[in-house]
Design a protein around this ligand. Structure first.
Ligand SMILES: NC(=O)c1ccc[n+]([C@@H]2O[C@H](COP(=O)([O-])OP(=O)(O)OC[C@H]3O[C@@H](n4cnc5c(N)ncnc54)[C@H](OP(=O)(O)O)[C@@H]3O)[C@@H](O)[C@H]2O)c1
Length: 279
């Protein structure tokens, strides 16, 4: 049976593709947009499918409440929430200003927490529901220069793991999707770098190495975001999904290495990759 699904951050990237794939699978999709005026690309991609654009800046408490209220008023249910809206922030941790870190956590951590809270009374009353949080491979391994982003995704992972256990007996599943690199606007229009990232010469060499590797690996390895959208749609229907779903280039090898290798070996591999990749 078609579900009622609310997805955040549907202007571009994963969110846009998830909205279209989920509607194609027969679900009724409420597609959250930071600015509802930016629905053009989404609506073109959706065509005649049941995708309903929804004004939802996830950092705005009133808009979160209004969005959930509209979904429930129009359909009487909310079967699944996909917390997808998010962004990255580049820069050595010392060079990130407090307002930048707080804004990142507002979007990547506090917003999914608050939106889940807003959705839970309906899901608990139904006795079922599913929350899918879009984390990252950076939610399990923190690379230099992406420390702020990784910290926010580690926080989302911790919260999701605890929430899954708290909600297990109430019929609500909490799931994490952990993508590697995919071609979305996070590497283009929405690429964010801390305003003082390059101000301190002590970090110049690290930044040079990291940026060289980062740009090259995105160019060579980043995959089609439709893969992630297809996984999320499978997870909407999955009978007993596990907590973590890594997906993307080299994720299997990296996760195995993280699990099986001693810490010193993992650190050595990261250091060697940073050195090698910058040449
Ligand atoms: N692409 C990757 O390789 C990758 C890998 C791992 C994890 N992820 C995660 O995937 C998620 C989606 O990112 P993406 O790669 O699809 O990048 P994207 O194309 O930049 O999409 C991010 C979406 O989030 C929206 N957004 C930003 N701030 C918002 C706010 N305050 N309220 C509502 N929506 C907001 C953006 O809308 P506007 O453009 O209007 O701001 C955009 O639609 C993020 O959580 C990201 O961390 C991406």
């Amino acid at each position: 049976m078609g579900q009622v699904v609310l997805i955040t951050g549907c202007r571009s990237g994963f969110g846009l593709h998830m909205a279209v794939h989920a509607a194609r699978a027969g679900h009724t999709v409420y597609a959250g947009l930071r600015d509802a005026g930016d629905a053009g690309e989404l609506l073109r991609a959706a065509g005649d499918l049941d995708v309903r654009p929804l004004q939802l800046d996830v950092t705005d408490a009133r808009q979160r409440e209004d969005a959930v209220a509209r979904v429930v008023a129009e359909t009487g249910r909310l079967d699944a929430l996909v917390n997808n809206a998010g962004t990255a922030l580049g820069g050595p941790l010392e060079m990130i200003d407090e307002d930048e870190l707080r804004a990142l956590f507002d979007l990547n951590v506090f917003a999914p927490w608050a939106l889940t809270k807003a959705a839970l009374p309906t899901m608990r009353a139904q006795g079922r529901g599913r929350v899918i949080n879009i984390s990252s491979m950076s939610g399990r391994q923190a690379l230099p220069v992406l420390g702020a982003y990784a910290s926010s995704k580690f926080a989302l992972e911790g919260m999701s793991e605890a929430w899954r256990r708290e909600l297990a007996d109430l019929g609500v599943d909490v799931i994490l999707v952990e993508p590697g690199a995919y071609r979305t606007d996070i590497f283009g229009r929405n690429r964010r770098v801390a305003r003082r990232a390059h101000d301190e010469p002590a970090y110049a060499e690290l930044l040079r190495r990291f940026e060289a590797i980062y740009d090259r690996s995105v160019e060579r390895m980043a995959r089609d975001p439709e893969e992630v959208a297809a996984l999320v749609v499978r997870l909407l229907a999955a009978k007993r999904p596990v907590l973590r779903h890594p997906i993307g280039p080299a994720t299997l090898v990296r996760n195995l290495a993280l699990r099986l290798l001693p810490q010193r070996a993992v650190e050595g591999l990261v250091a060697a990759a940073l050195k090698r990749g910058s040449r």
